[in-house]
Design a protein around this ligand. Structure first.
Ligand code: A2P
Length: 278
């Protein structure tokens, strides 16, 4: 892991500019960064905003347009900065450039948070499943640092599936900080921390638990490992954030258990982040 931190923010030069305060490279495919937060920005944990950089000038007109993508906010709503967790795609229009940002640089951030991975889109329940693959962990890094998540449920199960162990590290450190950081413990309630179970799995490198979460659920291995009863609409709620394949496959599995998909305007048993591109 290679970390850089800024000292003094620069003067904004872009529309909706925010200044990068730190960047952490986790692997050659993954990085996270923190930026200044617009004073007026309020959001619900789990929501996303559009962020990006100015694109290249149009070859004929010379006009420059912003290149923006949806990014889940990974920091909690009480944090004075904003954190994001991103993939690096070498030929991706945005991330091929975004991966080179340094503390003190500016990014564009449209301050209009939206999204479906919010508590308001779920009916009250006893057990909350948070299912992530890859950088889909980001909205849960926000939700897991929100006291409401711990107040609303008796049990929270965070599953994270990545190709290899190094790709789990951002999530592993986040879970670790929730369990050991004094300030976070106090905020979330020390007595609540035992509610959290972390279930990391890998698919392309040997680790303590291997396999796609979808296969592990279908075979009943997750339920056996965690000693939990069958998933049911009476008790279980779920949030899903990952690749298109995961979203589709997991939706089908949860519907098989009788759970129905909810939305902000129609809260039900589970929600899927469709804006996410992992
Ligand atoms: P796999 O290695 O079997 O493709 P990626 O880095 O490509 O976004 O993938 C992140 C993780 O999500 C990988 O471990 C990958 O497993 C897993 N994954 C990809 N598609 C699905 C799916 N349809 N259901 C469950 N897990 C998936």
């Amino acid at each position: 892991m290679n970390q850089m931190t800024a000292t003094a923010p620069a003067t904004p030069i872009l529309p909706d500019a925010q200044t990068v305060t730190s960047v952490t490279h986790w692997t050659d495919r993954l990085f996270s960064f923190r930026v200044t937060r617009p004073a007026s920005l309020r959001f619900r944990s789990g929501e996303f905003v559009m962020i990006g950089l100015m694109g290249d000038p149009h070859p004929q007109t010379g006009k420059v347009k912003p290149l923006l993508r949806a990014y889940s906010i990974a920091s909690p709503s009480w944090d004075e900065e904003l954190e994001f967790y991103s993939i690096k795609v070498q030929d991706g229009p945005l991330t091929s450039r975004l991966q080179h940002i340094q503390p003190g640089d500016q990014i564009i951030l449209r301050p209009k948070p939206v999204g479906t991975l919010v508590h308001d889109a779920l009916l009250p329940g006893k057990r909350l499943w948070l299912f992530a693959t890859g950088t889909g962990f980001a909205p849960f890094a926000s939700l897991l640092r929100d006291p409401e998540t711990f107040e609303a449920y008796d049990e929270i199960i965070m599953t994270h599936t990545c190709r290899d162990v190094a790709e789990l590290e951002y999530g592993r450190q986040l879970i670790d900080s929730i369990r050991t950081d004094e300030m976070l413990g106090e905020l979330l309630g020390e007595e609540n921390l035992a509610k959290l179970t972390y279930y990391p799995t890998t698919t392309r490198e040997t680790s303590a638990k291997m396999g796609r979460i979808t296969d592990l659920l279908k075979s009943g291995e997750v339920q056996r490992d965690l000693g939990v009863d069958a998933i049911s609409p009476n008790t279980d709620r779920a949030m899903i954030c990952g690749s298109m394949g995961l979203n589709t496959d997991l939706k089908e599995i949860l519907e098989g258990y009788g759970l129905e998909e909810g939305a902000n305007s129609d809260p039900k048993h589970f929600v899927v982040e469709k804006a996410f591109v992992g």
